[in-house]
Design a protein around this ligand. Structure first.
Ligand code: G1P
Length: 297
């Protein structure tokens, strides 16, 4: 049986306080890496993985996100008049099919698990993906596509996984490994933001998930966990108590934590250097900067 995943949830309700004052009026997900908003990277990754329905869990002050996915007829006609076909193509590539996007409001910030649960009625009884747009992953084959392919073999629920330095594990959901198969591990337990001495491993959950619809039932209990919030990690862990499989998938690619300023800057440099039209000028500038810094030491 083919297990098809066609729906993805994008939790985008967060206030983005780490990026104040920018996020006072601009949703964090609209902040740009080079010239594309963070959310566009997430959408493109979902599309590559075969996702057809895009569910955004938003909150007050996120209307710029909805506008971003609307058609821009005025802009398009101006570009057409001026024969700017390349820019027109760039713009068109961001258009979404009518009816492909749904917006749900998370009225209170009760945690990632609660945000995902808010989309339960749109998910029905199908497996679904969750993408956290803060985690940007540069990869030859997009991360979610790698996961969808692996999931066709395994079923169950699957989280993206990556080894992190041991002293950083307490910033993540952490995997207690049952069996290690290399690119895949079977999971014995999951702990959200464990105390350093209690982390079961340094294999961290990264913001890509393929989840069984049963997760929504687990979330119905609204059990609070780390930080007093309803944690998605706990709802996935509950699958194991019900004897259902959970896998960790070590994706091939480089992950940037765009929820932090340093991570965002690193991603900006990496994506800038990866651009054909920028790499000479921008790369040259970075080299110059490095030699100036070295000379000053
Ligand atoms: C969330 C999840 C956590 C995961 C992390 C990955 O945490 O709760 O399990 O490891 O994303 O980025 P957050 O970073 O939103 O606190």
């Amino acid at each position: 049986m083919k297990r098809r995943v066609t729906k993805a949830i994008f939790p985008v309700a967060g206030l983005g306080t780490r990026f104040l004052p920018a996020t006072k009026s601009v949703p964090k997900e609209i902040m740009t890496l080079v010239d594309r908003p963070l959310i566009q990277y997430a959408i493109d990754e979902a599309r590559a993985a075969g996702i057809k329905e895009f569910i955004f869990v938003t909150s007050r002050g996120k209307s710029a996100l909805e506008d971003y996915f609307d058609m821009a007829p005025h802009l398009e006609s101006e570009l057409r008049k001026k024969d700017k076909t390349e820019l027109l193509d760039v713009l068109k590539s961001t258009n979404m099919d009518s009816g492909a996007i749904a917006y749900i409001r998370q009225q209170r910030a009760l945690g990632l698990g609660h945000a995902v649960w808010c989309a339960r009625r749109l998910v029905h009884n199908e497996p679904f993906a969750v993408i956290l747009p803060d985690d940007v992953i540069a990869a030859e084959k997009p991360c979610l596509q790698q996961m969808v392919e692996a999931y066709e073999e395994t079923g169950g629920s699957m989280v993206a996984a990556m080894e992190v330095p041991a002293d950083k594990a307490s910033s993540y959901g952490v995997i207690d490994i049952k069996e290690d198969f290399g690119s895949m591990v079977s999971v014995k337990g999951l702990v959200e933001k464990p105390k350093p001495e209690e982390a079961p491993s340094n294999l961290a959950v990264i913001g890509r998930y393929i989840l069984s619809p049963k997760i929504m039932q687990n979330l119905n209990k609204m059990k609070t966990g780390s930080g007093g919030e309803v944690q998605l990690t706990d709802a996935i862990d509950a699958e194991l108590q019900n004897d259902r499989d959970v896998f960790g998938f070590r994706f091939r690619g480089q992950r940037f934590d765009c929820g932090s300023k340093a991570g965002f800057l690193q991603a900006t440099v990496a994506f800038g250097l990866a651009r054909e039209e920028l790499k000479e000028e921008f790369g040259g500038y970075l080299n110059e900067l490095m030699s100036m810094r070295q000379a000053a030491q």
